[in-house]
Design a protein around this ligand. Sequence first.
Ligand SMILES: NC(=O)c1ccc[n+]([C@@H]2O[C@H](COP(=O)([O-])OP(=O)(O)OC[C@H]3O[C@@H](n4cnc5c(N)ncnc54)[C@H](O)[C@@H]3O)[C@@H](O)[C@H]2O)c1
Ligand SMILES: O=C(O)C[C@H](O)C(=O)O
Length: 314
Amino acid sequence: MRRAKISIIGAGNVGATCAHWCAVEQLGDIVLLDIPGDMADMPRGKALDLMESSPIFGFDSNIVGTNDYADTADSDVVVITAGIARKPGMSRDDLLATNAKIMGLVCEQVKKTSPNAVVIVVSNPLDAMVQRALQVTGFPPERVIGQAGVLDTARYRTFIAMELGVSVEDVSALLMGGHGDTMVPLASCTSVGGIPVSQLIKPERLEEIIDRARKGGAEIVGLLKTGSAYYAPAGATAQMVEAVIRDKKRLIPCAAYCDKEYGVGGFYVGVPVIVGTGGIEKIVELDLNETEQAAFKKSVDAVKELVGAMAKLV
Ligand SMILES: NC(=O)c1ccc[n+]([C@@H]2O[C@H](COP(=O)([O-])OP(=O)(O)OC[C@H]3O[C@@H](n4cnc5c(N)ncnc54)[C@H](O)[C@@H]3O)[C@@H](O)[C@H]2O)c1
Ligand SMILES: O=C(O)C[C@H](O)C(=O)O
């Protein structure tokens, strides 16, 4: 049986770190692609460095660095991290014009070279970028997915575990909406060791924790100064790659194309989905209470506005 093939477009911080997690988890052979130019050898350097860690971690994946899409041909999964990252003082939306162009160029190539791949988009602003990837590839929506919810939920779970001094393994939670300040953590779907979070953390304190999770990306940008988070984003992306490659049927929050679902009307937004070999195999529809519904609608409206702005740029 041939190993799965995973191509990662954009060999920067998130891309290279995702390659590392995918290799250590033995998910398949990996191609790291970045642009030609002064730094053309960079993906080859990172791929070789990663390969040299294989005896230490004990993985057999082959890792190749390239500037040529021919090397990515017939990938099972294509992860797109190509684009610029924000710096302090910027919002993710400030990346729209530059990254929409990059996403267009990348997806033209992916469409030709890996027509059957499941595409996982990471570049920001996430919800608009994954919509752009759908438009340009023309792939069925279930094969074009955005990574945001796994990361945002991981941040939320981390902060709850830190607050209670318990293992993160016991914290189960869900976040919906766009990958921005309007994202919607659902207190009603948050539990710790099966106990509803409302019995463990007072509402005012939980609201502070939720707010920190919402602004989690900006908190890291403010600390790093030169770019944005990559360890947790890369881990979250690798978890999605694993769900596809190993047909895990994970029930996780991802940016999925919602039409009738939640009454969204044809946009990508973070919702709970089941992910397996086919990509998004099911969008899980929850009964949201009135407050959650209002917050979700606000988040969807922000995504629609951004996609509207993108349409004028590309
Ligand atoms: N969705 C999320 O949760 C999430 C999390 C973290 C970062 N991000 C986003 O991911 C993107 C990458 O972040 P990063 O920290 O890895 O940035 P980075 O600058 O370290 O890496 C980006 C890489 O993309 C490459 N690139 C640019 N244009 C390209 C093209 N046309 N084809 C191929 N490669 C190209 C660059 O050369 C660079 O190596 C950013 O847009 C960032 O905002 C999203
Ligand atoms: O915050 C960013 O710009 C990167 C990413 O979206 C994140 O949430 O870490």
